[in-house]
Design a protein around this ligand. Structure first.
Ligand code: G3H
Ligand code: 13P
Ligand code: ZN
Length: 309
């Protein structure tokens, strides 16, 4: 088994009506928990590394840990750069053996985003690496947001067509109302499914990516708070909305916050309940288990990729 690109995974997912979970990794326990879950669920898997993760762990450690996971699990795994902010970080990751990179030019005007994305696509494709780009800005919809504000931030379907055509990008992250982190909505959660349907219809062969897809499950927020945390008013995207987005054509679902919450709840619980313990394995072990349980749940009940290998 090997590090692979997402090309075949996305084709199969598209045909099978499910999506691939892309989970952020920062250390050994997180990688082990996620990979063990994918193995038990017999699910395809994308492990993604942010610039912050590279800075925290030192890139070589994450690369070697992911290689170890491939060898140990016997799974094909995609190693993906999450939110590459410029050409240089994408190039570094491609040169380091990543099989997929994201160039996030969403903060730039349309033409500049296209130019930057094209440059990364040329470099990546020449080396057998696939590229995800982003069009539109991730921002939750406030209750009383007007149509003009939505049009200014969310992905424009016609622009998406032009963007994909002119850049040759392999997959596209779209903005339909999700956002990063644990505070996604001020009012009721809502996504612009109409817009998603339009984009899917216009781009039937382009895998679409949903960032900011954590649900912020109250069970884990409550556990954090019960054991000394202070995370008031956190709110994510309900899981049935993510599943709906998958039904409407989303192929890759990015999840980080839900893993952070599960891990932190387990560490907090373990430390508070075992005050005499000071062996890190005693709280990192349950944390790894909590990650595994969360990923199994996402694979089975949210993205629907169980038993598709
Ligand atoms: O989208 C961002 C991911 O949750 C990664 O977060 O930049 O803090 O590593 P990070
Ligand atoms: P969440 O913060 O909702 O987990 O989103 C993660 C993400 O989009 C990583 O790119
Ligand atoms: Zn993201």
């Amino acid at each position: 088994m090997a590090l692979v690109t997402s090309t075949e995974m996305f084709k199969k997912a598209h045909a099978g009506g499910y999506a691939i979970g892309a989970f952020n990794v920062n250390n050994m326990e997180i990688i082990q928990g996620i990979v063990e879950a994918a193995k038990e669920e017999q699910s395809p898997l994308i492990l993604q590394v942010s610039a912050g993760a590279r800075k925290y762990a030192n890139p070589i450690y994450l690369k070697k840990l992911v290689e170890a996971a491939v060898e140990d699990s016997n799974l094909d795994i995609v190693l993906h750069l999450d939110h590459g902010e410029d050409f240089e970080i994408c190039k570094k990751c491609i040169d380091d053996g990543f099989t997929s990179v994201m160039i996030d030019g969403s903060r730039y005007p349309f033409e500049e985003n296209i130019e930057l994305t094209k440059k990364v696509v040329e470099y990546a494709h020449a080396r057998g690496v696939v590229v995800e780009a982003e069009l539109g800005k991730l921002a939750g919809i406030e209750d009383d947001v007007n149509v003009n504000a939505k049009d200014a931030t969310f992905t424009d379907p016609d622009e998406a067509v032009e963007f994909v055509k002119r850049t040759g990008v392999d997959s596209l992250a779209i903005a339909i109302g999700t956002s990063h982190g644990a505070y996604k909505f001020k009012g009721d959660p809502r996504l612009d499914f109409e817009r998603l349907e339009k984009i899917t219809k216009l781009l039937p062969n382009t895998p679409l990516v949903l960032h900011g897809a954590s649900t912020v499950l109250s069970e884990f927020v409550d556990l954090c708070n019960k054991y000394g945390g202070d995370i008031p008013g956190a709110k994510g995207v309900p899981e049935n909305m993510i599943s709906q987005a998958v039904k409407l054509g989303v192929c890759k679902v990015n999840i980080d916050t839900d893993l952070r919450l599960a891990m932190t709840a387990a560490v907090r619980k373990s430390i508070i309940e075992n005050p005499t313990e000071f062996d890190p394995r005693k709280y990192l072990g349950p944390a790894r288990e909590a990650i595994k349980d969360m990923v199994k749940h996402k694979i089975r009940n949210v993205v629907g990729s169980s038993n598709t290998l």
